[in-house]
Design a protein around this ligand. Structure first.
Ligand code: SAM
Length: 231
């Protein structure tokens, strides 16, 4: 499923990309499309959650720090960009496998474009750590490339760790502590990269509807994992 990699190689990759990351990934109409969809999803799923007790785990350059009061990342260079973007947020450098937070400190966490870099064993470690720092009833929102969509031939496995890990909800359950999977969604059901740029902004509603009806067929799935109140 995933190529092996070390946190050091991931960190080095993002340390080098940091200055260009936002523009490189989200500066074109394809990137803006997914950015728009991710924001809408966070607005809906984080309703009623205290921002101060929400962590953007693997916040990168802070693209989504409008939805969290705290952020952490492996890469200091990515965090340096985040400091400029979200000076109000509490930011720190750490591996998601070892968060400097007390048990039950958070009401919510989210991690976008993180799991795609993780082999199952690292995902398990991070999942255990998120479980520890969430209060009972707290939620972790994650996205990941859909294994079902990937198997349809959208992209074949290539050597290297970057974006090479596709997951299903079943595999996720297998890797993680016993979170309740309370919501499913998705992004990029339509092959947006093949559609003329001027039409893309008009397709948000259609794409969102398709993702809602068949999330596992979207390019990326998003799920809300809740730590049970009694556990
Ligand atoms: C594709 S970027 C996503 C950044 C941000 N979440 C976004 O959606 O724009 C992946 C980020 O995950 C971070 N990362 C990778 N492995 C990590 C780990 N084990 N702990 C914390 N951060 C990690 C990288 O440093 C990088 O900033």
């Amino acid at each position: 499923m995933a190529a092996t990699h070390s946190p050091a190689s991931v960190k080095t990759y993002y340390d080098h990309l940091a200055v260009d990351y936002d523009n490189h990934r989200f500066g074109n109409s394809y990137g803006r499309f997914i950015d728009h969809q991710e924001r809408r999803l966070l607005e809906r799923w984080l309703t009623g959650v205290e921002r101060e007790r929400t962590l953007d785990l693997a916040c990168g350059t802070g693209r989504l720090l409008a939805y969290a009061g705290q952020g952490c990342d492996l890469s200091a260079a990515m965090l340096a960009q985040a400091v400029n973007k979200a000076p109000q947020a509490l930011l720190w450098q750490s591996d998601g496998c070892a968060l400097p937070l007390a048990d039950g400190a958070l009401q919510a966490a989210f991690s976008f474009h993180l799991i795609m870099h993780l082999p199952p064993e690292t995902l398990s470690l991070i999942g255990r750590e998120v479980w520890r720092v969430l209060e009972p009833g707290g939620m972790w929102i994650v996205d990941f490339p859909s294994a079902r969509r990937r198997s349809f031939g959208q992209r074949s496995d290539t050597p290297g760790w970057h974006g090479n890990s596709a997951y299903s909800c079943a595999t996720l359950r297998h890797c993680l502590p016993p979170f309740e999977l309370t919501r499913r969604g998705g992004f990029l059901f339509l092959p947006i990269h093949r559609i003329p740029q001027r039409i893309r902004p008009w397709l948000h509603a259609v794409d969102a509807l398709c993702c809602c009806l068949a999330p596992s067929w979207a390019s990326y799935m998003a799920v809300c994992l809740r730590k049970p109140v009694i556990c």
